[in-house]
Structures are given as structure tokens and as C-alpha cells.
Design a protein around this ligand. Structure first.
Ligand SMILES: [Zn+2]
Length: 205
């Protein structure tokens, strides 16, 4: 299926996510992938390859949350499908290779998590009311087998600590939200929180 079988506003929403990330340098060398839920069992996702910063409608395809991966779908589409399947409230998912996320996954690992605390910007994450809350972002080992990785992450998720996103070590960030706006806000917040946390430890970003 192609973008022709998708509502125009959904295709535009995927493009908005991709262009936003591209403008910030978070998806170098054709990396990154983005999706928006179409209905309970379907989502629109970026096709494999291509510069996401200049994504066009032809680069957005329809995928099923339970079905086999579309031949043109991003190799990481199974991770998007898993998130939509397990969390009906998720409306959009973004995956970026932002340097702040890659560095945080390698240098701020505390027992398999990045612990964010004492930062006002934590309140940009849905449901966080105070800088005194501790936000734990899980880190999973990277894996080129996305089906296996997806199954492993699905088995590990399910706690409050994974409400907004997770990191793949040495790879990047997955973040999501109930809407595209919330997903963009979470991406921006994570980039800022990771950058500040790295600098706090004397690591230049
Ligand atoms: Zn990636």
C-alpha cells in the first residue's frame, strides 16, 4: 500500500515529524523513522531509506500493527507496530539518532536506565508534575534483528518508567505520545534533558 491509501492529514503528520527531526540534525545519513496511527490496527510509517528531512508523501506507507512488514517499510517498523499494539493511547512514534540520545545511552547508563532528576524540563514529559520526580528511561542493547529486539522490549516494557520512550545503546531514541504535538514535545524534551545531563557530568555535547 502507498500513501494513496492513507488520509492526507496522516501523511502530513508523518512528514511533520520527519521534517522537524531533520531540521534539528537528529536523523543523519537517511536514519530515523516516524509513524502516526491511522486507526486501531493500522499506522502510517516512513519507507526505508531516504533523507527524512526532505520526506515527501511517496515516502509514507501504510502498515498493520499485527501484519507482516511491508517490503518498503522501515526495517524498524516492527518496533513501531509493537508500540501501537501494546498501547492504544499512543498516537505517534518517532525514532531518531540524535547525538544527545546516542551519548546518553552509552555514558549515562545506570543499571540499564538513564535516570533524569532535578530538572524542570522533566515536566515537558506527559504526567510529570515536578522536577523532583525521577524519570527513568530504559536502555536496551542494540540488535540488527528488529523482530527479536521488538519481542525483547515488549517483554520488558509495561511499567510507568517507559511512558515516554526508550534508548537503544549506541543507536538512538524511541519516543512517542498520544498526539504528534506531544511526541514532538517529548523528542525536544529528551534532547534537552540528555544534553544537560551529559554536560552536568562534564561531557561536551
Ligand atoms: Zn535507528
Amino acid at each position: 500500500m502507498t500513501a494513496l491509501q492513507l488520509p492526507a492529514h496522516v501523511v502530513s503528520a508523518v512528514m511533520r515529524l520527519a521534517h522537524y527531526a531533520g531540521a534539528r540534525g537528529w536523523v543523519p545519513a537517511t536514519s530515523g523513522n516516524f509513524s502516526v496511527r491511522v486507526e486501531a490496527a493500522a499506522f502510517a510509517v516512513t519507507a526505508s531509506g531516504g533523507d527524512k528531512g526532505s520526506l515527501t508523501a511517496e515516502g509514507v506507507i501504510r502498515a498493520d500493527v499485527t501484519g507482516p512488514r511491508h517490503p518498503r517499510a522501515s526495517a524498524e517498523a516492527p518496533l513501531h507496530a509493537m508500540l501501537y499494539r501494546r498501547s492504544p493511547e499512543i498516537g505517534a512514534v518517532a525514532h531518531v539518532h540524535a547525538q544527545s540520545a546516542v551519548l546518553a545511552s552509552l555514558l549515562l547508563n545506570t543499571r540499564g536506565q538513564v535516570r533524569l532528576e532535578g530538572l524542570e524540563m522533566q515536566k515537558a514529559l506527559a504526567g510529570v508534575r515536578s522536577h523532583q520526580d525521577v524519570v527513568e528511561v530504559p536502555i536496551f542493547a542494540n540488535d540488527q534483528d528488529m523482530e527479536r529486539l521488538s519481542a525483547q522490549i515488549e517483554a520488558s516494557l509495561g511499567n510507568a518508567a517507559s511512558r515516554w520512550g526508550f534508548l537503544l545503546a549506541g543507536h538512538g531514541l524511541y519516543a512517542w505520545g498520544s498526539t504528534v504535538d506531544e511526541t514532538l514535545r517529548h523528542l525536544e524534551a529528551f534532547d534537552d534533558l540528555f544534553s544537560v545531563s551529559l554536560k552536568r557530568k562534564g561531557i561536551p555535547v
